[in-house]
Design a protein around this ligand. Structure first.
Ligand code: GTP
Ligand code: SPV
Ligand code: MN
Length: 602
């Protein structure tokens, strides 16, 4: 606690005051509340949500201090086609981002922002991504008229006075403006449970480190610290300053001898980061602990190694499919103090979703507030229903999780949902080859973004929707980071938990059993596990993967670890086509890796 009068702290932050003044003049809110980050303030935000019908309390005996929120059915996921990178030059946004001229976008949004908060409360949310004061951490000031977004920021980031105290007269912070775009009508001042606007813009200005978000209250569109700041703005900043901002989980793996390694893994949205981050190994004596489940910032330390922090303090995780069997530690994290969005409600005011591991109750209220029975023929929870939970509640949170110095990364994993071609695991031949594997990563589309589910799309480093600049420059940055780090760089691996049989069944049990693959990766880093070199990378040698006690048919294992030469060859044209989209910005090194792969495949 600091002993200053309320307001005194903010008086010491002139740049923040100026920013807030400007926002107030533009949005014209009824009231301005500066978030201090206190527990009481969080409770106030929950009560505000309950009052407007945005949230309802869950049964305090079953789920203490937790609420259920149901969004507008038209506001349930990130809107990628309305997400813009507004760099001065379109060439800096690149072919994979929507670009808009920053001056034009600002003029357009200024019109929409003008008076957008009439009748509403404007929250000023000072937040830090990363431990306050860490050399890897960054500060942002988010303006929002959504109590849901403000409360979620409380869980997901470090909010309040400590941040302002750290910033002081500094001007280096990300400026975020967010409004749901529904001013209240003076005749009634009536509000809706989930105000949002049909018109949506999620606009980023990487050069000036600004985020302007209009019309959506959901997830990555509205919790500006997450994808907007920690990935789109931070990736551009990381390029400028020589570090990495990545869509990766971070976990700590300890072997029976007590030796630990830190692993970061990039999987696209809804492809298993939260699950892997909290897994309970099935191999005796091995321990896994969580550092983060979605975002990883890495900087070179004094010893030349890459050190990583999880910039967040909470999990915004996919609810459906989360069960005691699939992710016990996530379930335990959800015992109390959580916000549940678009899940189903039980008759005793608790939560339910598909794949929770128990029979669906006879009666539910679905996420659209309609009565639901098991014969309804539709899911009770939205496929992108999510929980917002404090990371500190995770039973396997690692003691290093909020260490300002970060943790040294030993291995980086890439992976997507691939029914065929890509084996269970392979080790890259070099950093540059690993960068190549990351650059050609592909995944079947999931519910985390609006659009057709199941289509295969290339999602380099799981950053396609999140890279704040030209992806060709991003690849070059990766290659240059490898050149800078040299021998001390993490080893890179390519994994695929989602390989399917001809009958369409998963060949690999996944989840906790992924620990077997992690063990091999750990031992590769230690130089104790055997690998065989193949045209696509290094695969586990016969017997190197610990399969003790695992019930997987030898034929399935053979399929999982097969080098599918024909499949890879058939994929070369689509890799070439993918690379062509980056034009002259495709680094020579990646073109060389593609040629080398082609030659190795023969
Ligand atoms: P975002 O929060 O959107 O970034 O997603 P995420 O990458 O954290 O994905 P998450 O761990 O929430 O998993 C998404 C879905 O993948 C869930 O339905 C899981 O049940 C499923 N899943 C996770 N791990 C595995 C696995 O090893 N095998 C299989 N078959 N499914 C998995
Ligand atoms: C993702 O889609 O990768 C998420 C959820 O983690 S959101 O915050 O909505 O981006
Ligand atoms: Mn994510």
């Amino acid at each position: 606690m600091n002993a200053m009068r309320p307001g005194e702290l903010r008086e010491r932050c002139p740049a923040v005051l100026a920013f807030v003044d400007e926002a107030t003049n533009l949005f014209k809110p009824d009231t301005v509340i500066w978030c201090t980050g206190s527990k009481a303030e969080y409770q106030y935000l929950l009560r505000a949500m309950v009052k407007t019908g945005t949230a309802q309390w869950l049964n305090p005996e079953l789920r203490p201090n937790s609420v259920l929120v149901r969004s507008d059915p038209a506001d349930v996921a990130r809107v990628e086609d309305q997400t813009f990178i507004c760099s001065v030059s379109p060439d800096d946004a690149g072919p994979t981002n929507n670009w808009s001229d920053p001056a034009k976008m600002k003029a357009n949004l200024r019109e929409l922002f003008d008076g957008a908060m009439v009748g509403r409360v404007m929250y000023v949310v000072p937040y830090s991504m990363g431990p306050v004061g860490s050399p890897i951490a960054r500060i942002g000031i988010m303006i929002t008229d959504s109590a849901y977004a403000a409360a979620s920021m409380h869980i997901m980031t470090r909010v309040g006075d400590t941040v302002l105290a750290a910033l002081g007269t500094g001007t280096d912070f990300v400026r975020g403006l967010h409004t749901v775009g529904v001013p209240l009508k003076k005749a009634t001042w009536a509000d809706e449970p989930w105000p949002c606007n049909q018109t949506k813009y999620i606009a980023h200005f990487p050069e000036t480190r600004e985020i302007w978000s209009y019309g959506s209250g959901y997830g990555g569109n509205a919790l500006l610290g997450k994808k907007c700041h920690s990935l789109r703005i931070a990736s551009a900043q990381a390029r400028d300053e020589g570090w990495l901002a990545e869509h990766m989980l971070i976990l700590k793996l300890t072997n029976p001898e007590g030796k630990s390694k830190f692993i970061a893994a990039a999987f696209p949205s809804a492809c298993g980061k939260t699950n892997l981050a909290m897994l309970v190994p099935t191999i005796p004596g091995w321990k896994a602990e969580t550092i983060g489940d979605d975002i990883c910032w890495m900087k070179f330390g004094a010893d030349g190694r890459l050190y990583a922090i999880n910039p967040e303090t909470g999990f915004f995780g996919v609810a459906p499919g989360t069960s005691n069997e699939s992710n016990l530690n996530a379930m335990k994290t959800l015992d109390a103090n959580c916000i549940f969005t678009n899940v189903a409600l039980t008759e005793d005011d608790d939560i339910y979703w598909e794949g929770m591991g128990k029979e669906p109750p006879a009666q539910l209220t679905d996420w659209l507030r309609r009565p639901w029975t098991p014969s309804a023929g539709r899911p009770a929870a939205h496929p992108n229903a999510r929980f917002t939970a404090p990371a500190a509640q995770c039973p396997v949170i690692a003691k290093e999780w909020d260490d300002p110095a970060g943790v040294p990364i030993d291995a980086i994993l890439f992976g997507g949902r691939r029914a065929s071609v890509v084996p269970l695991v392979s080790e890259a031949l070099s950093w540059r080859h690993g960068t190549f594997l990351g650059s050609i990563m592909a995944s079947e589309k999931t519910a985390a973004a609006a659009g057709q589910i199941g289509d295969l799309r290339r999602d380099p480093m799981a950053m396609l929707p999140f890279c704040g600049y030209h992806m060709g420059d991003y690849f070059r940055h990766w290659i240059e980071m490898g050149e800078k780090g040299g021998e001390t760089m993490p080893k890179i691996f390519y994994v695929n938990w989602f390989r399917k049989s001809a009958e369409g069944k998963f060949l690999w049990p996944g989840y906790a059993e992924n620990s077997r693959v992690l063990k091999w990766i750990f031992e590769r880093c230690d130089g104790t596990a055997e690998a065989i070199e193949t045209p696509i990378g290094k695969l586990p040698a016969d017997g190197a993967l610990d399969l003790d006690g695992l019930k997987v048919e030898p034929s399935a294992m053979a399929e999982l670890l097969k080098v599918d030469r024909e499949g890879w060859k058939a994929e070369l044209p689509s890799i070439k086509e993918h690379f062509e989209t980056f034009g002259a910005k495709l680094p020579q090194g990646l073109a060389a890796e593609l040629t080398a792969l082609e030659q190795r495949l023969g």
